[in-house]
Ligand binder design. Sequence first.
Ligand code: NAD
Length: 259
Amino acid sequence: MRLENRIALITGAGRGIGRAIAERYAREGALVAVADLDRASADDAVAAIQATGGTAMAVVMDVTDEQAVEAGVASVVNNWGGLDIALANAGVQHIDPVHKLAYSDWRKVLDVHLNGAFLLTRAALGQMYQRGGGSMLYMGSVHSMEASPLKSPYVTAKHGLLGLCRAVAKEGAEHRVTSNIICPGFVRTPLVEKQIPEQARELGISEDAVIRDVMLKHTVDGEFTTLDDVAELAVHLAAFPSAALTGQSVVVSHGWHMQ
Ligand code: NAD
């Protein structure tokens, strides 16, 4: 097992990519805090992990709420004695062209991705510095490297996370904290399922055409990235034993973006 007894907290882990990583981390021996806005899905993910013999706890928190994030991290430390891995994964999407985008929608997307990642980072680093090391991880996207129409706040936020990840890699080094960002292509989670009809409507094309000609057009094989693909990378980054791998963005996208 590659993460035996490591203590991990993952935001947005009630469903989708975060949940897949939480389940994989638990199978690799980690104690996993499933943090989510939605209590029912967090409880469900915890029950699924416990049913397979893993160790997990639910942390109900909104990543944009400063007090809630501080309290959520503190509850993990009180329960298990520390924090080794923190993954800022919670995310939302909003589809609109820039000229019609409401300021409130712009702010909401940036708030969850960027401010949420900052709040988790600050709370987690306090613990990791005391403990003498750790792994900060961020959920970026191919949209950390590329732009697509109709997704300006998301693209902006995902580009911004590269900066936070790199700044943390520099500051964290003397405390043996590494910082890396995972950049997936399209994965069929609820977040993406919702976009398919929305984009079809905005672009005036069929849903099949959105998948084939928009989402997967630039992949090498016309395939979606899978939850397993992303979870495997998340284990690799968290388990990597030295600062040889820090400040890096790793793209897992079936060749959509090559760097
Ligand atoms: P999802 O919508 O399936 O899951 C997101 C989870 O985040 C949900 O459980 C939701 O309750 C939680 N969440 C949302 N706002 C929150 C908040 N303020 N506080 C706490 N929890 C909150 O999404 P997903 O596809 O699993 O995406 C997870 C991450 O992966 C996001 O950062 C997303 O941008 C990124 N990503 C997704 C894809 C993809 O194709 N699905 C590709 C690249 C990157």
